[in-house]
Design a protein. Structure first.
Length: 248
């Protein structure tokens, strides 16, 4: 069932999103060759707690970390690790903040030092695809309109759209209805209504869109070893248009 949020509830989620966005801004300053994703995870957890919130991912289905840290060919759900990031790497940091019972979710991909032209373009097009989707998140449109806008932009730039991992509704629970795909035809799917809150979180690959799962049961990698990037915002559907609750 899709839950419709009141303006007050959306404001509560926006407050959580502001903490999350502030944390991403600080992480952006930290990203450089020589830092570890384990250090980033510890910083993020402390930052969230210091701002009166909690990291919702920690303990979720046994997950042990405050963030997911996905490097290079990892699509999503990568574990923070003690290995240092190297010049030319790309890394996605994904986190969910709980403030007084209301959640916000956002992932961001970062360049580590000097990256290849292919990696740089991948990150740029993935971020652009996110905003192409957000533009379609208006009352009366359908979820397929968001999905199609993302897919068309990604594929016109020769990148593939991951199918196995998608966006979702969010509120007091991390994963609510509806499911938010990032591929498919326009004009189909659930019609968007005022008060819906969803995540839009396209994951784009340089090669095949298919994934494989590591033995840890969490880490999803590109099947062909190509690079992957992800950008995600939490979005409220309002009469004034889409509001980005995790805007940086």
């Amino acid at each position: 069932m899709i839950t419709i949020k009141t303006k007050e509830q959306i404001a509560n989620m926006k407050a959580a999103g502001e903490i999350l966005a502030a944390c991403h801004r600080e992480i952006a300053k930290m990203i450089k060759p020589g830092i570890t994703t384990q250090e980033i995870d510890k910083f993020a957890e402390k930052f969230i707690l210091d701002h009166g919130a909690t990291p919702e991912q920690k303990g979720y289905n046994g997950y042990q970390y405050a963030t997911c840290a996905s490097v290079n060919d990892v699509i999503c759900h990568g574990f923070p690790k003690p290995e240092v990031l190297k010049d030319g790497d790309i890394v996605t940091i994904d986190m969910v903040v709980n403030l007084n019972g209301w959640l916000a979710d956002s992932a961001w991909s970062y360049r580590v030092g000097n990256v290849s032209e292919q990696a740089d373009t991948l990150l740029r097009v993935t971020e652009e695809s996110l905003y192409k989707g957000i533009e379609k998140a208006v009352i009366g449109n359908r979820l397929g309109d968001i999905a199609n806008a993302i897919q068309v932009h990604a594929e016109s730039n020769n990148f593939s759209v991951v199918r196995e991992f998608i966006g979702h509704g969010i509120g007091e629970v991390m994963h609510e209805e509806p499911q938010v795909l990032h591929y498919g035809p326009a004009g189909r799917g659930t019609r968007l209504k005022e008060g819906m809150v969803i995540t839009i979180e396209p994951m784009l690959n340089t090669g095949d869109w298919r994934s494989k799962l590591d033995s840890d049961g969490w880490t999803a990698r590109t099947k062909d070893g190509g690079l992957s990037a992800q950008y995600e915002h939490t979005i409220a559907i309002t009469a004034e248009g889409p509001i980005i609750l995790t805007a940086q």
